[in-house]
Design a protein around this ligand. Structure first.
Ligand SMILES: Nc1ncnc2c1ncn2[C@@H]1O[C@H](COP(=O)(O)OP(=O)(O)OP(=O)(O)O)[C@@H](O)[C@H]1O
Ligand SMILES: [Mg+2]
Length: 266
């Protein structure tokens, strides 16, 4: 794929209302390939709804989502794998009752082409695909230091490791774009550094990363560009340093009256 096609994620004019509540209002942003773009904003700003629209779990009222210039069908989550768009969830989403290896292999399997009939009768091609998916899953588990957990049920893992499994499963899709919804939520502070390295590694491999996160230290240390969402709108955007000292951002987080004296250190 040529570099001109590897534009990463583009969201244009996305709006979404629930009943009378306008949750997203004309949101436009980009998460270019090979870099980390953060979305921050107070609770209820619409960040997870944006992630849901991008990943097709929620159908927007208006606007488009593109990966590498191709428009993604609204509200079709299953079609996202074909477009190499992966996401993780604010509340951990893993396949319970399955081993760590099979959780990750599901990600690898989703990128393979095969016929449903072939899947049903488990023909030679299906078996080969399964084997390949497991092999690449094993290699990824090794890379992320989770090899010793391969045969454990995913629900038996400590929370931090289960979150890592969720992220590794997304990487197994060999995604062009990933959307991470609060990957640091619920993790002990000591896990923040390894998490930062994992996310930075995704960008280094050329993935366009959209990082939704409340942990400002994490956001400010690894993001190239920060978009601030407030009440469903893009309030402002810029470099981490610009956004951090923007009085409007501080006000959106802390309320009026704080803007002059404080920097955002949430
Ligand atoms: N399915 C839904 N039905 C009705 N209202 C919803 C639905 N999903 C989200 N909302 C509302 O939309 C608004 C934005 O929610 P969203 O979860 O996107 O915010 P957020 O920025 O992710 O917040 P947080 O930082 O707490 O995760 C909230 O007021 C929420 O109550
Ligand atoms: Mg959220």
């Amino acid at each position: 794929m040529s570099t001109s096609e590897r534009q990463g994620l583009r969201v244009t004019g996305v709006s979404k209302a629930y009943g009378g509540l306008q949750v997203l209002k004309d949101v436009t942003l980009r998460a270019p390939a090979g870099s980390i773009t953060a979305v921050i904003g107070p609770n209820g700003a619409g960040k997870s709804t944006l992630a849901n629209v991008i990943s097709g779990f929620v159908t927007q009222d208006a606007g488009q989502v593109f990966v590498n210039g191709a428009e993604l069908p609204a509200g079709k989550a299953v079609a996202r794998a074909g477009h190499r768009l992966g996401r993780t969830f604010q509340n951990l989403e893993v396949f319970t009752g399955m081993t760590v290896l099979h959780n990750v292999a599901m990600g690898a399997y989703s990128r393979q082409k095969g016929s449903h009939l072939g899947d049903l009768i488990r023909g030679p091609r299906t078996r080969r695909n399964e084997r390949e998916a497991e092999e690449s899953a094993r290699a990824l588990l090794r890379k992320f230091g989770l090899e010793h957990r391969a045969d454990s049920l995913v629900e038996s893992l400590p929370f931090g490791e289960a979150k890592l499994v969720e992220m590794v499963r997304v990487l197994a899709m060999e995604p062009e774009v990933v959307v991470l919804d609060e990957p640091a939520a619920g993790l002990p502070p000591a896990s923040a550094m390894p998490l930062a390295e994992t996310i930075a590694g995704m960008a280094q491999e050329g993935i366009g990363v959209l990082l939704i996160e409340h942990n400002m230290k994490l956001v400010m240390s690894i993001s190239e560009h920060v978009v601030v969402l407030d009440q469903g709108r893009v309030l402002t955007e810029g470099s981490p340093a610009e956004v951090q000292k923007d009085p409007r951002v501080i006000e959106a987080y802390l309320g009026p009256g704080h803007a002059k004296s404080e920097e955002l250190t949430l």
